[in-house]
Design a protein around this ligand. Structure first.
Ligand code: SAM
Length: 212
């Protein structure tokens, strides 16, 4: 992703603690949202457009986006300030630290959307579907919880299918062209997905669960 440095981003994020949690309340999300609705998280949320649309489509679900770059996340927070949702929060942080953000088996669903493919073999450990990340996801997801992944990148998709099946995960609803599949009517497009769809590129999608 191309990053435009925004020197004011940190101050802006700090001024919106109602949306951006710098000290995520692991185990206390019910108090944050003032309800016990399911928790759906997006790792590498970017500008948060997907979560914004999801939070309005599913008001009975609580959504949390994790993004490591202030200059990217700031756009998502600006959008929320203009058009508020009370069932969405962001964490400015690294997915590698997810165990600090959520308690064991606290999360109901985890979205991995258009994550960086890191195509070089020597960068394999950075892919968000590398087995060390799956180990983290397994800890925070409820036993019946699911991972939903979308990507435009065939290499990353093939890698993720392999990584997840080698981990012993159960895979379902796999699509090699989401927008022409029966799953399209329910699909909510992410920011990156809109760009790829406009170019006519196929979108790969899968659902996965740990075999508990
Ligand atoms: N999910 C969005 C979408 O589909 O439009 C954004 C996709 S963008 C290609 C990937 C985002 O993931 C970037 O904003 C990047 O900073 C973030 N990201 C990548 N690795 C991350 C990590 N380990 N922790 C937090 N964010 C991460």
């Amino acid at each position: 992703m191309r990053l435009r440095h925004k020197p004011w981003a940190k101050e802006y994020l700090d001024s919106h603690p109602e949306y951006v949690l710098t000290a995520p309340p692991s185990g206390h999300w019910k108090e944050v949202f003032q309800n016990d609705h399911p928790l759906y998280i997006e790792v590498g949320t970017g500008k948060g457009k997907f979560l914004d649309k999801m939070s309005k489509k599913y008001p009975e679900v609580n959504f949390i986006g994790i993004e490591k770059y202030e200059s990217v996340l700031v756009t998502g927070v600006e959008r929320l300030v203009e058009n508020p949702s009370d069932n969405i929060r962001f964490i400015l942080g690294d997915v590698a630290d997810v165990l600090q953000y959520f308690q064991y088996r606290e999360v109901d669903r985890l979205f991995i959307n258009f994550t960086d493919p890191w195509p070089k073999k020597r960068h394999e450990k950075r892919r968000l579907t590398y087995q060390s990340f799956l180990t983290l996801y397994e800890k925070v997801l409820r036993p019946e919880g699911e991972i939903h992944m979308k990507t435009d990148n065939q290499g990353l998709f093939e890698y993720s299918l392999e990584s997840m099946s080698q981990y012993g995960m159960k895979l379902k609803n796999i699509s090699l062209d989401l927008h022409t599949s029966k799953l399209a009517s329910e699909n909510v497009m992410t920011e990156y997905e809109e760009k790829f769809a406009a170019k006519g590129q196929p979108i790969f999608r899968l659902e996965a669960a740990f075999a508990n």
